[in-house]
Design a protein around this ligand. Sequence first.
Ligand code: IMP
Ligand code: MG
Length: 181
Amino acid sequence: MSRKRSDDPRVLISVDALQRRIRELAEEIDRDHAEVDRIVAVGVLKGSVFFLVDLLQHLKTPVAIDFFQTSSYGSGTTSGEVRIRKDVDLSLRGQHVLLIEDIVDTGYTLRTILDLMRFRGAASVKLCTLLDKPSSREVEVPIDYCGFSIENLFVVGFGLDFAERYRNLPYIGVYDGDVDD
Ligand code: IMP
Ligand code: MG
């Protein structure tokens, strides 16, 4: 099988490493929710989709699935003002919510979503992110489950994009082009 193209981003986290870590995360989440009837998994669109699908296939705890979508004002991710583009359909009152995100960067997106889920009366809200870029954090967010902590690089693949490209790469790669818009 050769799906590789000459301009593919260089590999930061391989397919195997991703899959191994995702299985470990699912085991951890199952252990922590042994007493819970059901988790409501809320994926943050669109970046979390690949991660969510793989993670939830390994989870033994019963789950309901919903999605949430935000966008930041301005073109970058650093304006700090987060707008809701798609809300969850399910009621979260009394539910054990597992927020699933691709990457925590400045933290503004997750801070906003976490506050909202709590305000809605969720019994618990836990955050599971595939990637964490701790060095670019601007607001504090408590991460309960983290796949990989990475340097301050712009990464693509496995759901993450640059201008909607590269989401379907099966690994996490480093985008070396100019990301400033
Ligand atoms: P935050 O609000 O700054 O934490 O930004 C979170 C969002 O910015 C993520 O959900 C991604 O959609 C996007 N983002 C941040 N860093 C990267 C990256 O390295 N590659 C692709 N998208 C990123
Ligand atoms: Mg995202």
